[in-house]
Write a protein that binds this ligand. Structure first.
Ligand SMILES: NC(=O)c1ccc[n+]([C@@H]2O[C@H](COP(=O)([O-])OP(=O)(O)OC[C@H]3O[C@@H](n4cnc5c(N)ncnc54)[C@H](O)[C@@H]3O)[C@@H](O)[C@H]2O)c1
Length: 271
């Protein structure tokens, strides 16, 4: 699908990948770009900066808490009522929570609502209009942690696996109805999330072991190409395909190898 003349919503638009995608999408001349985030002040600054560069009012900033169904529903309904049906909804907001089973349910619930249920809730409130008109595009951000794993964050890995599973299920179930689905699975990307987790990019590159840490602007180009190609799985790091193949080809070996990697690298998370 081309982005030109489309009404597009991006969640997590104040963050690294979301704001880079908003700027990149703006270059494709959409009809409207809705930049949504918990941090509404940043989305409004982003919208102003996009509008100044574009020389027209193309972007708006909105508050949305994607971890709350009523907030997701209100955003979708506001755009439909004020403008028209959303063409492309990019459920990009996500959180890492560094939680395992010894941590309480609070962290698990937060990860579950933001990393997984936000995608389900968006689909729930977008699908009726999309099915009526026979077209709609859901893009979600999961992670390579949703295909491989996330060393040190069980809740992130689990909820991102669920996000990949949901996107694949949506693509399979609604393809014949004209609904397109892409799931972005980034490797290490230089954003506040990665910096907050590991401290700095150099450490992150060692920790992830998936090659280089990419810039959000590179991801934005990859996302635009993925939407244009209507690719279900959109990856940022080609080397990750090899890791996926190794995981499937010899699962016991993959688990043993990842376990050794965790033992070698876990000190990086500790300070
Ligand atoms: N950075 C990486 O290395 C990496 C790797 C794989 C996947 N991802 C995924 O990419 C997506 C974007 O991450 P990023 O690296 O840009 O992170 P980031 O922390 O820079 O940005 C995330 C944005 O989401 C917003 N957000 C958080 N909770 C929200 C909520 N409940 N409602 C609305 N907005 C909320 C934050 O305010 C922030 O602006 C996430 O889904 C993340 O899990 C990132």
């Amino acid at each position: 699908m081309e982005l030109t003349d489309k009404i597009i919503v991006i969640t997590g638009a104040a963050g690294g990948i979301g704001s880079a995608c908003a700027r990149r999408f703006a270059a494709e001349q959409p009809r409207l770009l809705v930049c949504a985030d918990l941090d509404v002040a940043s989305t409004q600054q982003l919208a102003t900066s996009i509008n100044t560069s574009a020389g027209r009012e193309v972007a708006i900033g909105r508050h949305c808490d994607v971890g709350n169904e009523a907030s997701v529903k209100a955003l979708i309904e506001e755009i439909a009522a004020t403008y028209a049906t959303i063409d492309i909804y990019f459920a990009n907001a996500g959180v890492s929570v560094s939680a395992g089973p010894l941590d309480g349910d609070e962290a698990w619930d937060r990860a579950w609502r933001i990393n997984t249920m936000a995608h389900v809730w968006a689909a729930r409130h977008l699908l009726p209009a999309w099915l009526d008109r026979g077209e709609g595009y859901l893009v979600t951000t999961a992670s390579m942690a949703g295909i491989l794993t996330s060393l040190g964050d069980g809740a992130y890995s689990t909820t991102k696996h669920a996000a990949v599973g949901f996107a694949e299920w949506m693509a399979i179930t609604y393809k014949a109805d004209g609904i397109r689905v892409s799931v972005l699975c980034p490797g290490g990307i230089n954003t506040p999330m990665l910096a907050g987790l590991i401290g700095d990019v150099e450490k992150a590159a060692q920790f992830i072991g998936g090659g280089d840490v990419k810039e959000p602007e590179e991801v934005a180009d990859i996302v635009v190409a993925g939407i244009r190609d209507e690719a279900t799985l959109v990856m940022t790091h080609p080397v990750m395909t090899t890791y996926m193949e190794r995981k499937v080809a010899d699962h016991p070996r993959w688990v043993a190898g990842m376990s050794r990697l965790w033992q070698r690298q876990k000190h990086l998370l500790e300070g």
